[in-house]
Design a protein around this ligand. Structure first.
Ligand code: 3PG
Length: 400
């Protein structure tokens, strides 16, 4: 982007592909981290006199307009953060978008409606995606990629559009890639990775890679129960992906062979029922050892002994990557495990990276100071796929 800025953007229409896919509760943004993350790029472009057209997806609408997924709340928040009015177009490539862009003066910003209100954005058909990219290209003179959270998607606005316009990487992309390089090239050891979240199937590929890279892997969240089951424990009605047990068993064997410490919960908070996340009414839970989960109960957070154990395993780390909450952190009674891991990162003298999505939202909503971490990524799936060593379409598209 510095190259673009020094060439001059005054009066040019610059399309910024951002990731404004923020969590919403009843239309209210609960974590605006992703909007704040794109501010440096938007401000620099607007400050240099560009007409800035910001585009993003939000959620997973089905290729048609759906008010529940409107980008309007994100556009309003962007305006508040910029301290300047932001025009909002109620369509993506239709007359409203053209009017909004044509109405921009140099230095002004418009947001167009959710890219995924158009089937062409996510289509698997190259021609359909290409046709949509052509319509997006008509809105701009230059393309800036700054939606790191979406670079693992081969979508029209991420992959096809940069081929149609002069294209540049924004500040957020540069920062995120710089950080992830530190985790993949010449990593400082001990390198400790904490992985949580609901499904082990989402993390298989990254675990596979990390078994050759990390020194320690700490497992929590819903995915831990598939590991505990593979170890021979009964897990009651906890989240379990029975079909993944063979893969997980193989990983546990490989960890041992490679000298990677694979650490599982030793105690958990269990309950007969999932907590009410709306009312946050006090939960009825007990703490049990990980091999004593009652048949009619489910594990919902790592227990106090595990929290201490994980904190001790993180204490001497030179590099930490953490992705995925340790429990149902959205309920205060089950947030303790996630808080303990976040706290251990805050206290660490090593380089700490929080990998996007839920864990990034968790550290902010649980009240941690984001500056206490080395880096909080805006990419959940994107940062995982980068660590898996995959080619990310949105980065490949910028490479020439
Ligand atoms: C994310 O939340 O990880 C990104 O915004 C990508 O969203 P997607 O998984 O719906 O493509």
């Amino acid at each position: 982007i510095d190259e673009l800025l020094s060439a001059g953007v005054d009066g040019k229409r610059v399309f910024v592909r951002a990731d404004l896919n923020v969590p919403l509760a009843d239309g209210v943004i609960t974590d605006d981290g992703r909007i704040r993350a794109v501010l440096p790029t938007v401000k620099a472009l607007a400050g240099a006199g560009a007409k800035v057209v910001v585009a993003s997806h939000l959620g997973r609408p089905k290729g048609v307009p759906d008010p529940a997924f409107s980008l309007l709340p994100a556009a309003e928040r962007l305006g508040e953060l910029l301290g300047a009015p932001v025009a909002f177009a109620q369509d993506t490539v239709g007359p409203a978008a053209h009017d909004a862009v044509n109405g921009l003066q140099p230095g002004q910003v418009a947001v167009i409606e959710n890219l995924r209100f158009n089937a062409g954005e996510t289509s698997k058909d190259d021609a359909e995606r290409g046709a949509f990219a052509d319509r997006l290209a008509a809105l701009a003179d230059v393309y800036v990629s700054d939606g790191f959270g979406a670079v693992h998607r081969g979508h029209a606005s991420v992959y096809d559009l940069p081929a149609r316009l002069p294209h540049y990487a924004g500040y957020l992309i540069a920062t995120e890639v710089g950080v992830l390089k530190k985790l993949t090239e010449d990593v400082k050891r001990p390198y400790v990775v904490a992985l949580g979240g609901a499904k082990v199937s989402d993390k298989l590929a990254v675990i596979d890679q990390l078994l050759g890279k990390a020194d320690r892997l700490l497992i929590g969240g819903g995915m831990a129960y598939t590991f505990l089951k593979a170890k021979g424990y009964e897990v009651g009605i906890s989240l379990l992906q029975e079909d993944q047990i063979p893969a997980v068993t193989e990983y546990m064997e490989r960890a041992e062979k490679n000298g990677v410490e694979l650490v599982l919960p030793v105690d958990v908070l269990v309950s007969r029922e999932f907590p009410d996340l709306k009312t946050k009414a006090p939960a009825d839970y007990t703490v049990v050892d990980a091999d004593k989960i009652p048949a009619d109960q489910e594990g919902l957070d790592i227990g106090p002994k595990t929290r201490e154990l994980y904190a001790s395993k993180l204490a001497d780390a030179e590099t930490v990557f953490w992705n995925g909450p340790m429990g149902v952190f959205e309920h205060p009674d089950y947030a303790g495990g996630t808080k303990a891991v976040a706290q251990a990162l805050v206290q660490s003298d090593g380089f700490t990276v929080v990998g996007g999505g839920d864990s990034a939202a968790a550290v902010r909503t649980l009240g941690f100071d984001e500056n206490a971490f080395g880096h909080i990524s805006t990419g959940g799936g994107a940062s995982l796929e980068y660590l898996e060593g995959k080619t990310l379409p949105g980065l490949a598209a910028l490479e020439d």
